[in-house]
Design a protein around this ligand. Structure first.
Ligand code: PRP
Length: 179
């Protein structure tokens, strides 16, 4: 990683803090779903890093799928528009489904997509989120498995971007002048 990539960013979560939490969450999920093969659905683009670490820490078999739901575009402020760009391709009727999010901000993305998934009749539908950021919350989905609550700030790294940048950073940082 080039050193100047993180220049001006404020460290919020270290890679070690994240990997400890990922292991803890994977253990809880593995215990709760023992004997099952849940379908874990990452919300792209941000969720790909968290999902890939999470599934490799699981002690039970899982299947994965991906959805992409857009609400922000390249803006730092939410536009309020929600659009399913890519839906999962796995039929979920009767399946145990866990939606994996990097961050829950306003709650709009999850509210919209959980409603869509619920209508397809899964056996269960739960949410695993690395970061809960309640500052701008409009809808409060139940978060069954939560990594961290970070009250405010514009966060990047570990899948989170600002205008497409910083997703590759192994830690989470705050962009000081945003938010
Ligand atoms: C981010 C994040 C969540 C969503 C949360 O995705 O990854 O999916 O916003 O925000 P909300 O709770 O206010 O709906 P974004 O729409 O920025 O897309 P990206 O993952 O492709 O960057």
């Amino acid at each position: 990683m080039a050193e100047n990539v993180t220049k001006g960013l404020r460290p919020v979560l270290t890679p070690d803090q994240i990997s400890d939490k990922v292991r803890e969450l994977a253990e809880r999920i593995s215990d709760d779903y023992a004997g099952e093969t849940p379908l874990m659905v990452a919300i792209l683009k941000g969720g790909f890093v968290f999902l890939s670490d999470l599934v490799r820490a699981m002690a039970i078999p899982v299947e994965i799928d991906f959805a992409q739901i857009s609400s922000y575009g390249d803006e730092t402020e939410s536009s309020g528009r929600i659009r399913v760009i890519k839906d999962i391709t796995t039929p979920i009727a009767g399946r145990h489904v866990i939606v994996v999010e990097d961050i829950i901000d306003t709650g709009r993305t999850l509210k919209h997509y959980l409603n869509e998934l619920r209508a397809r009749g899964p056996a269960s539908l739960k949410v695993c989120a690395l970061i809960n950021k309640p500052e701008r919350r409009e809808f409060t989905p139940d978060i069954d498995y939560l990594g961290f609550t970070i009250p405010r700030g514009f966060l990047v790294g570990y899948g989170l971007d600002r205008a497409g940048r910083f997703r590759e950073l192994p830690g989470v940082y705050e962009v000081p002048d945003e938010g």
